[in-house]
Design a binder for this molecule. Structure first.
Ligand code: PEP
Length: 253
């Protein structure tokens, strides 16, 4: 059975006191994480040690970084290497979020290198893909996403691919309050799974969790997560409010 995952992306928000309080409020709720369900907190770099410490001994709670360098180590001022993240208790890395692609010019090829760094240090990629509005309006969203998968992920071995979590995040739905319809989400998730099947076969395609991201909130999570190929969500804005995110976690299928 595929893992069902609620992943919080805090982006560049909160100070240490606020971050500590938010995490505490969420973790003290009765989350009822059955086997096969996971919660991931992608916190800003300075809060990773705090979040890692708070999640010690908690079942199925994991910490993610929001990015990592495509370089191994050395003279790259301002960068953070995979081995450093591994050493402070990170398990997942968000890779290829549309904000990184747009504002920091991360290319599909660069993302492939980041993914390779992750695998050198036993970190699991949470790989984001998704089309801008102009591409959807042209009806080319499938080609666009297929290319993102092929150029960043399809050099992986089958064993590595099984470790990847994919998040489909249509850019027009991120932070806009405009959610993809359940039919649009399911259609793209099924397409992504089909691409995985073509490249890696049925067994692996069925084992990779594909999350939906784009204005997920307490009010729409259950319906989105009930779709057969939607295995949870990557949540931005709503993950900054404890009550909202707790309901989203409780909406996992
Ligand atoms: C995101 O940042 O990945 C995201 C989906 O943001 P939001 O939930 O705010 O749309």
């Amino acid at each position: 059975m595929r893992k069902q995952i609620a992943a919080a992306n805090w982006k560049m928000n909160l100070n240490l006191e606020e971050a500590t309080g938010l995490l505490k409020n969420i973790l003290q709720a009765p989350l009822q994480l059955l086997p096969g369900r996971e919660v991931i907190f992608a916190v800003p770099f300075p809060f990773i040690p705090m979040a890692a410490e708070k999640s010690v001994g908690k079942n199925n709670i994991f910490i993610a970084a929001q990015n990592c360098s495509n370089k191994k180590s050395g003279a790259y001022t301002g960068e953070t290497a995979a081995f450093m993240l591994q050493s402070v208790g990170v398990q997942y890395i968000i890779i290829g979020h549309s904000e990184r692609r747009e504002y920091f010019h991360e290319t599909n090829a660069m993302l492939a290198e980041i993914i390779d760094q992750c695998f050198l240090h036993q970190l699991q990629p949470l790989f984001c893909c998704g089309e801008p509005l102009s591409v959807r309006e042209e009806g080319k969203e499938m080609d666009y996403v297929a290319r993102q998968l092929a150029e960043s992920l399809f050099h992986l071995t089958p064993e590595q691919m099984q470790q990847v979590v994919i998040a489909y995040e249509p850019i027009w739905a991120i932070g806009t309050g405009k959610t993809a319809t359940t039919a649009q989400a399911q259609e793209m998730h099924a397409f992504i799974r089909q691409q995985l099947e073509k490249k890696y076969g049925h067994h692996i395609a069925q084992s990779v969790s594909i999350l939906y991201g784009g204005s997920v909130k307490a009010a729409n999570a259950k319906e989105l997560f009930s779709q057969p190929d939607v295995d949870g969500g990557l949540v931005g804005g709503a993950s900054l409010q404890a009550a909202e995110f707790i309901t989203i976690i409780q909406s996992l299928d």
